[in-house]
Design a protein around this ligand. Sequence first.
Ligand code: GLU
Length: 459
Amino acid sequence: MGNKVIGRFAPSPTGLLHIGGARTALFAWLYSKSLGGDCFLRLEDTDTERSKQKYTDSIIASFKWMGIEFDQEPVYQSKNKDNHIERALQLVESDRAYYCECSSERLNKLREEQDKKGQKPKYDGKCRNLKLQRGDTSVIRFKNPESGSVAFNDLVRGEIEVSNKELDDLIIVRADGSPTYNLCVVIDDLDMNISHVIRGDDHINNTFRQINIFNALEEDHPVYGHVPMILGEDGKRMSKRHGAVNVLDYKESGVLPEALLNYIVRLGWSYGDQELFSLEELKKIFKDGKLNNSPASFSLEKLLWFNREYFLNLETEELLKKVISESTMFKSDDYSLAVVDLVKERCSLLSEFENEGSYFFEDNVKINSQDAERILNKEGLLILDYLNLVFREIKNWDVKNIKESINKTMEEKQVGMASVGKPLRLAITGRTNSASVDETCFVLGKERVLERLKKILDN
Ligand code: GLU
């Protein structure tokens, strides 16, 4: 192994990329990048029944959307099968693995007996020292050391150790000649020169087994870091109830990739009190932050907060481009730009801009009858009538002059802001809640505002 840090993310393409996987990948990638290293994507596609091309495509698309670029082309585990088998045979040769002919009947019985005695199921080593030759139904088992322990210094959890007695002589090649997960991972990590493995803590038990295989092959094992699970806010395993689970669902609903990245990097990693990070910054500082050892909890509300922060930090032109990609209502012109600028504070998702801005684009403002009765009563209509007159007088339609006209109406009619603002807002937007009414008037433009007032007053 050289000095260069080489990380990897190794998903099984048996499903879409979920938030937990994306977070693990991001940590593995940023860890390598912040140490000047590389990070590879390896698709662990040996389960031919459950692995699907569409999942591989979607995993790759998810990373592309998030801006995570792996070094070199993806590696497919299935393509390294010959090498997996060769290394297994090498282990048999060096007496660190053996052929086992125990039938499934025998193994089932053994398991039942162990179960009855309250023991952990474990192969009893019947074939371990028989030096059997390969038979039609034999598997290859790894000769796990019988004494001592396996220990490693985890990047997240510190020193971890397990007694070899707890570990089984696991099958590394099945009777049908296919290599199993723990063997494949070790061989691929070796072949790809992986120096650092960051993965979910559900793999800790595999790590002990894998370290024993590395030792048997007389190879150094990588440095490991096991990151805790992401849970829902209720402490339960993350599921649809807590928000979308798959990365691309967030794309669909109008979350910005920068915001999603920023949010998930904070699930189990911190850098002082800082909350907002750009990807470029993370690529430099990730190594200096702290990886957290307790499960992180996912909050949709917090993610939306991040998304809104990103909306507000973007140049409005950039934001408009993103809004246009989600909605045909907006166009690439100054009017749409002004609308987006005005309503962005009220949106947490790209998909909300259409609803939030719809009255800017619809000629017929819809007003529900209850609101009309309550707000466009006699007093309300008198106020609109007066506003209509003073607005007409405005030569230069800007926010300052609009405000002055509203103030003039308040003085003339001896009423407060609410008495003017409410009917005006309802008349021009059809809503009781919107961005500030003077700015809304300004963006709509004098003509539209007067038209909308006229429609109400004429009726
Ligand atoms: N393919 C495994 C999984 O998706 C990960 C293996 C690893 O990271 O070593 O859980």
